[in-house]
Ligand binder design. Sequence first.
Ligand code: SAH
Length: 449
Amino acid sequence: MNTLPLFFDLQDKTVLIIGGGEVAMRKASLLERAGARLVVLAEAFNDDVAALGERHTLVQKSYEAADLSRFGALAFIIVATDNHALNVRIHQDAKALGVAVNVVDTPDLCDFIFPAIVDRSPVVIGVSSNGKAPVLARLIRAKIESSLPSGIGALAKKAGEFRAVVKDKLPTINERRHFWERVFGKALNDTKVAALPDELNDFIANDNTKTGEVYIVGAGAGDPDLLTFKALRLMQQADVVLYDALVSDEILDLCRRDSDKIFVGKKRSNHSKSQDEINALLVELAKQGKRVLRLKGGDPFVFGRGGEEMLACQKAGVPYQVVSGITSALAASSYAGIPLTQRGVATSVRFLTGCYQTNEAFDGLKSAYQPDETLVFYMGLHALDKIVASLLSSGLPSDTPIAIVANASLPTQQVLKGTLDDIVAKRHASDISAPAIIIVGKVVDLHQT
Ligand code: SAH
């Protein structure tokens, strides 16, 4: 870190500004907003600086070293003359006195720098590139500015007023943290923060902090960029995370650092915990008052057994939320460039499983295949030969295109394309491995390597 960001309390402290032009004025306005008492020293003042004289001290004279000690204790000194040699001299004099100095736009002569500021007081955000890329810092500021809901400053102010009430009502630090995370988490997701303080009052009146909650969350197909904002927000709140084999380390790293992380992964025929055990654990942890995140690959309700977990919560009276994720079929489709529907090619899609709960392989389509339909198989790679045989016996032409998309959306993604006739042989000749989605139908021809 080149410099340490600090937030300086300038109320009733004196800042000396040397220079009376536009640059000096810009700094003076900012410092005035922060509550500083200003002494502006220059040979001449422009109109704006002159107007400052109503509220602050103006001293019209040429600079001499003794000026630095004439105005009592100084918080710091701002130098904004257009005479470089003079700026250097003032910098040296200030150094000799041990007072911090900033020569505007001259990083070499600055003990501290002004960041690009987002001012939603009492929330203040400063961004600095330490003089290396000021435009970048300004663009970052603009980005932060546009992502903050309006009214966030007012919310922070109200929160300050309510701190004591909340502290009274919620005695433990954990309870209070959860409470504020809920209030602010909700606010940050809005574009405009709603009416206050009634909303905060309602929160306090209705807040049931003793019962935990279960979040059944889809983590998407693998690429962390496919997470939803809501998933990320809950990941950063949860006390305990129960995650699957399909959830990558990269995604897991985005969960709250100090949350407990429990692997409950299931791979075919190698279940570290049974579904009943997982359901029971979710309920038990929530009943201890914890916010329990059940983090699942893809979407929780697409071959994800999220439905069973939801029913377990319902049965136990535990509050829960379900957050959709980008299911692997959709990720495989977009990342492999195979649209699942396409005008004139496919008008419907069927999501199927290549493996039933009993671990039996696919045993045929339940209703006749339509030539303008796309079939998508989950959990089918290990039973590819059975799936292909069954589709052929259902009457699909042997030249029907088929693609295997493995590790969809991840850097390790692989796509293997063929027909019902040759895909099994091609698969054996390749090193493609699970997890994989199998797509069958004419849309597969749209895939380009
Ligand atoms: N709920 C998950 C599916 C879980 S079943 C979802 O919505 O995606 C597990 C199957 O999902 C795997 O056998 C595989 O068919 C598929 N799958 C999951 N992640 C995948 C990925 N990144 N690439 C390809 N297939 C994937």
